[in-house]
Design a protein around this ligand. Structure first.
Ligand SMILES: [Fe+2]
Ligand SMILES: [Fe+2]
Length: 300
């Protein structure tokens, strides 16, 4: 039996009699998280497990938190009580299902994320906010942004909404929530097109990145970028990441080639990006063609 089936069984047993609406919400989060994991090349099984378990402790008696949380967590949760269920659900995952830290963190930080969160963490957080049973206007708007491919913008908007909501209620937003908000604000603003491309391909663990300045040597492109990835799947996933990142910032893509092959090419008018698998890059040795071009090597 898959662990995700076991997770499904656990929440169904827990909620089938008393909290059917919570179960519907959980199914909605699983559906959205699965869709996003597929789109952004994240492990679908992990996304399902985290989505099923994220609200497992939603109605637990928080007085028993001392059994599972340390003093620091308890103090924090006393100040921000909505964190109890997230922290306890993460502990329940470890107790009942597995020990994957990415899944654990995705559950623990699903309320508003944390700085530099993984893609799985970000997916669970935004799936929770935008799943189809959420009927608030802000959630529906954010879902639309997300489904249009603007992943970071959707996270930014969800945080903006929840922070505003806190203000309206006269409550203090959690300091981490504000930091994540600032991080995503930086992500969607003030980045050059090249920065955006590098940021996007960092998500598929691109390496050996070289940016050539081709303005004076090539009539078609100002910059030519070459990068390597370890698999064909990562090369293909890079297309979505670059597309979304540029779209969020109103840049256009002219053409992409090489979907599901060892050499993906993305033409962004003044910049062209080639992403190779390691062997393919050795085979073509484009570096030899651009030997004379000024270049910058990027480490991420
Ligand atoms: Fe939750
Ligand atoms: Fe939830």
């Amino acid at each position: 039996m898959l662990l995700s089936d076991k997770a499904k069984q656990l929440v169904e047993e827990k909620y089938k009699d008393n909290h059917k609406d919570r179960l519907e919400h959980i199914y909605g989060v699983v559906e959205m998280a699965t869709y996003l994991a597929e789109k952004y090349n994240v492990d679908i099984e992990k996304a399902k497990i985290a989505a099923y378990m994220h609200d497992y402790s939603k109605y637990d008696d928080f007085d028993t938190a001392a059994l599972y949380l340390d003093d620091k967590d308890i103090k924090e949760c006393e100040k921000y009580p909505f964190l109890f269920h997230a922290y306890l659900s993460a502990e329940a995952y470890i107790r009942l299902l597995g020990s994957d830290m990415d899944i654990y963190n995705a559950i623990r930080y699903h309320v508003f994320g944390r700085e530099k969160m993984s893609m799985l963490e970000a997916i669970i957080m935004i799936a929770d906010y935008t799943e189809k049973n959420r009927k608030y206007k802000e959630c529906i708007e954010t879902r639309k942004i997300l489904l249009e491919g603007n992943f970071n913008l959707a996270i930014y908007k969800s945080l903006e909404n929840t922070i505003n909501h806190c203000k309206e209620k006269g409550e203090e937003a959690h300091p981490m929530q504000l930091l994540v908000f600032e991080e995503y604000k930086r992500k969607i603003q003030n980045l050059s097109k090249i920065d955006l491309i590098i940021d996007a391909i960092s998500k598929v663990k691109a390496h050996d990145i070289i940016i050539y300045d081709s303005k004076y040597k090539n009539p078609f492109y100002d910059n030519i970028i070459i990068a390597s990835v370890d698999s064909k799947k990562q090369a293909t996933a890079a297309i979505s990441y670059v597309y979304d990142r540029l779209k969020e910032n109103n840049y256009l893509i002219r053409n992409t080639e090489g979907y599901d092959t060892e050499w993906v090419l993305i033409d962004m008018y003044d910049v062209i990006l080639s992403i190779f698998t390691n062997d393919e890059r050795k085979h073509f040795e484009l570096e030899k063609i651009y030997m004379e071009y000024p270049k910058k090597e990027i480490k991420i």
